[in-house]
Design a protein around this ligand. Structure first.
Ligand code: ATP
Length: 235
């Protein structure tokens, strides 16, 4: 479904991605793990067209989408849920969700999507008139994920959905990601919480200083001594 080939991206002089290769197949949950600054968010930003690739290619469902504008990429079926703190604080929950549907026109379909999001996150329904800045950290994460779903993406990119959440909420968010995947959305998940990410993913990639160091089935990565020591804090 998604293929990233030899991708290079820069921020000014900083060579943030150094020939990244990765693939996500339809129906999968794939996770990108790695330390701070490894290039995980940069990979997502490059896929969504927010950051221009200097070289390399990104293919989605047989089409070369390298460096096409972000709004076209959303229309093609890819959406990014940023970290929860990137919701629009002055806007209500409902207005934030509405922005996620900006590429769509059919009011009836949009209404059905609202219903789907509110079903996944009843808390958002209860707070739909509340401004996003006054939501708790966990509620803001739910809103960021919900907003990403409003374009009904075939591929959902999630950036650190568990960031700053209490352990019981972390579990809940990962369960919800599984549900979203089971309902037919393919997921590429960036996470600091490698152990939780590997527990729901099919496969994973380990990024270090802008390069893929390792890729394998999630189970194999979970049992890999080096991964356990460096990213799971075990052994
Ligand atoms: P984290 O888990 O800390 O968010 P990450 O793996 O997502 O890390 P990125 O945010 O992709 O890492 O950053 C990769 C590198 O690019 C880092 O060295 C970072 O300092 C740099 N970088 C990221 N955004 C910018 C920017 N807007 N301007 C300059 N450098 C940036």
């Amino acid at each position: 479904m998604l293929e990233v080939k030899n991708l290079n991206s820069y921020y000014g002089n900083i060579h943030a991605l150094k020939g990244v290769n990765l693939e996500v197949k339809q129906g999968e949950i794939v996770t990108l793990i790695g330390s701070n600054g490894a290039g995980k968010s940069t990979t997502l930003n490059s896929i969504t067209g927010l950051l221009k690739a200097t070289s390399g290619e990104i293919w989605f469902k047989g089409k070369n989408i390298t460096n096409i504008p972000p709004s076209h990429i959303v229309k093609m079926g890819i959406s990014l849920s940023p970290e929860g703190r990137e919701v629009f604080p002055e806007l209500t929950v409902e207005e934030n969700l509405q922005l996620g549907a900006y590429t769509r026109k059919d009011k009836k379909v949009i209404k059905e999507t609202y219903e789907r999001v509110y079903e996944l996150f009843p808390r958002l329904f209860e707070r739909k008139k509340q401004t996003a800045g006054t939501l708790s950290g966990g509620e803001q994460q739910m809103l960021a994920i919900g907003r990403g779903l409003m374009s009904e993406p075939q591929l959902l990119l999630l950036d650190e959905p568990s960031l700053g959440l209490a352990p019981n909420l972390v579990l809940k968010i990962f369960e919800l990601i599984k549900t979203i995947n089971e309902q037919g959305t393919t997921v590429l998940l960036v996470e600091q919480n490698a152990s939780m990410a590997l527990s729901i993913a099919n496969r994973g990639y380990v990024l270090e200083t802008g390069k893929v160091m390792l890729t394998d089935d999630a189970k194999a990565l979970n049992n890999n001594a080096e991964v356990r020591r460096a990213y799971l804090g075990i052994g």
